[in-house]
Design a protein. Structure first.
Length: 210
């Protein structure tokens, strides 16, 4: 099984690199977290996209403990105005950390958002973008990535949030039109966006996030 994941990761990193990303493979999450902390200078402004993977790596606590300014819209008790300011800060921060819902073996990033702040920041704005993803996020192609989002990642996220959407109960997408629908904005990053000079994708040899 380790061989299987390493080989898929190797091929994915190779294709991501061909598509203009800096792509790196790490066997363990601690190695990736350490590299990220080295790359981000102390005192930086760091935006956190909605990502369980970023939390799995312990990055929010590590960054705050070091004294960095962390823009985290998952922070509790934010007013609507504060929430909006944090989301907009993702576009102007020094570093933006997030994950991808799916990483294809031909080097594309497939993502679906509710508000769009995460995918917007992945495309344009931050000084540097770092995407971290476990090997569980690797899929064959865009079609497989979209299926993964609709029938795996989104049901798990809606269940985590306790949203009253059909997928939170059935585990399958019902293409609902409910106010709590998470699937509202979908992006496919086929190559490093031209305005993003520093865009790194870190693949980790563990199952992380959704």
């Amino acid at each position: 099984m380790d061989w299987f994941h390493r080989e898929r990761a190797r091929k994915t990193v190779e294709k991501l690199t061909k598509n203009g990303f800096e792509a790196i493979y790490f066997e363990q999450r601690d190695q990736a977290a350490q590299e990220i902390m080295i790359r981000i200078p102390t005192g930086s402004g760091v935006g956190l996209g909605g990502s369980v993977t970023v939390r799995d790596l312990g990055l929010p606590d590590l960054l705050r403990a070091r004294g960095d300014t962390v823009y985290d819209h998952w922070q509790k008790d934010l007013t609507p105005d504060e929430l909006q300011r944090v989301r907009k800060s993702h576009l102007t921060c020094d570093y933006f950390l997030t994950s991808s819902n799916a990483v294809t073996m031909d080097g594309r990033l497939v993502n679906t958002d509710h508000s769009g702040n995460r995918v917007a920041a992945m495309i344009f704005g931050p000084g540097s973008i770092i995407v971290v993803a476990g090997v569980n996020k690797i899929v064959k192609d865009v079609e497989a990535g979209l299926a993964r989002i609709k029938n795996y990642a989104t049901p798990l996220n809606t269940h985590r949030r306790n949203d009253p959407t059909p997928c939170a109960k059935t585990t399958l997408c019902a293409d609902c039109a409910m106010p709590h629908r998470l699937c509202r904005v979908t992006t496919i990053i086929e190559a490093r966006p031209a305005a993003s000079k520093n865009f790194t994708v870190m693949i980790i040899g563990e199952n992380l996030g959704y």
